[in-house]
Design a binder for this molecule. Structure first.
Ligand SMILES: Cc1ncc(COP(=O)(O)O)c(C=O)c1O
Length: 372
């Protein structure tokens, strides 16, 4: 049989939702001659604080560094263990290794694909210092359970909310439950600055430490006196300008993604082979990526790709990643839901700009595949 080349993608899996508003903000940076973290960043932070309710927001160059800085300012390092879900992006685990500590990978809840609280309990040792719940695909982790376990065992909580902008549990924004929460503004995220990230905290001391750590160990840029050790982990005003415009249309962006997901769910309700992810009670999901679990993901992926539909696979289990070795990490035995998700998951087109007719087209092709 001759190999066929897939058609040029007609429906992208995920693309940013940019327009004249972002252009105007960018032009303003050039006109005012201000490029590094400055007035646009200040305004971006103000809007982020209002929106999330976090007492402090500190901008950093990306979500990976947000996690790294959060671990460092919480004093986590060599000899410490951090409990991380096995099903997540690489950075949730690599940031722990790069901070000098040991990530301990545990299985996820099969419904939400967020960290399974009972597995967290099983992983605690005298060396455990923190838990890192991840709000996967814009679904809140079970923060009531995580915070209870953390309280019972005197552990810190660093929330990986890289995918979680807009997601709330009982009205409270994810990333504001634990000691520190981390956002990513990478190009595929619901709110983007191209590259970018932020640290959220309600703790004044941790906010101060974060400021020093990201700003060359000093409070203000103009000073040459550096009381502490620190990096240059600032965002530029050019990026913050994009974020500012994105913040102003975030409600619309989120509503569009939620409408798309609701439409997928309604259209695929009769296709028994398709399973959507579950919600933690009391939470509002912001579908960063719209994922489904199906019996034969590779075959469906091939079929939809041939139909011009852009897709993404699910994350590769961290305990199987070549970069995580017995020397730098640990995992609990019996991890299976994370492996199942990797083998059966497909992310469908999930952009804010996705049209209802495009969702119909994708759903028709999926139904057609299972009818064959
Ligand atoms: C769960 C999770 N954590 C961390 C990150 C890292 O964020 P960034 O790409 O901004 O470094 C990502 C990015 O995709 C992510 O999905």
């Amino acid at each position: 049989m001759m190999a066929t080349t897939p058609p040029a993608i007609r429906i992208p899996q995920l693309e940013p939702f940019l327009g004249e508003e972002e252009l105007a903000e960018l032009a303003d940076c050039i006109r005012t001659n201000w490029l590094t973290e400055g007035p646009k960043a200040t305004e971006f932070v103000r809007l982020l604080r209002d929106y999330t309710g976090a007492r402090h927001i500190l901008l950093v160059p990306n979500g990976t560094l947000a996690l790294y800085v959060a671990l460092m300012v919480r004093g986590i390092g060599p000899g410490d263990e951090v409990i991380v879900p096995d099903f997540t992006f690489f950075a949730s685990g690599s940031s722990v290794v790069l901070a000098g500590a040991t990530p301990v990978f545990v299985d996820v809840d099969p419904g939400t694909l967020c960290i399974a609280p009972e597995e967290v309990e099983r992983a605690i040792t005298p060396r455990t210092r923190a838990i890192m719940p991840v709000h996967m695909y814009g679904q809140s982790a079970d923060m009531d359970a995580v915070m209870r376990i953390a309280g019972d065992h005197g552990l810190f909580v660093i929330e990986d909310a890289a995918q979680g902008i807009g997601t709330r549990l009982r009205g409270r924004h994810v990333g504001t439950f634990g000691d520190l929460g981390c956002l990513s503004f990478f190009a595929d995220k619901t709110l983007t600055t191209g590259e970018g990230g932020a640290i959220m905290t309600n703790d004044d001391r941790l906010a101060d430490l974060t400021l020093y750590f990201k700003n060359q160990g000093r409070e203000n840029r103009g000073s040459f006196i550096h009381p502490y050790m620190g990096y240059n982990f600032r965002l530029t005003d050019v990026q913050a300008a994009i974020g500012l415009a994105q913040m102003r249309k975030l409600d619309d962006l989120i509503a569009r993604k939620q409408r798309a997901e609701a439409h997928y769910r309604a259209r695929l309700a009769g296709v028994e082979q398709v399973r959507f992810l579950a919600d933690v009670p009391g939470s509002t999901r912001v579908p960063f990526r719209i994922g489904i679990l199906v019996p034969d993901a590779p075959a469906l992926t091939e079929y939809l790709t041939q139909a011009g539909i852009g897709l993404r696979g699910f994350f590769y289990p961290l305990h199987r990643q070549p970069a995580f070795t017995p020397q730098n990490s640990r995992h609990l035995e019996g991890i299976r839901h994370s492996v199942y998700a990797y083998e059966h998951g497909i992310c469908l087109p999930s952009s804010a700009g996705l049209q209802e007719t495009q969702v119909d087209y994708v759903c028709d092709r999926i139904a057609e595949f299972f009818r064959r």
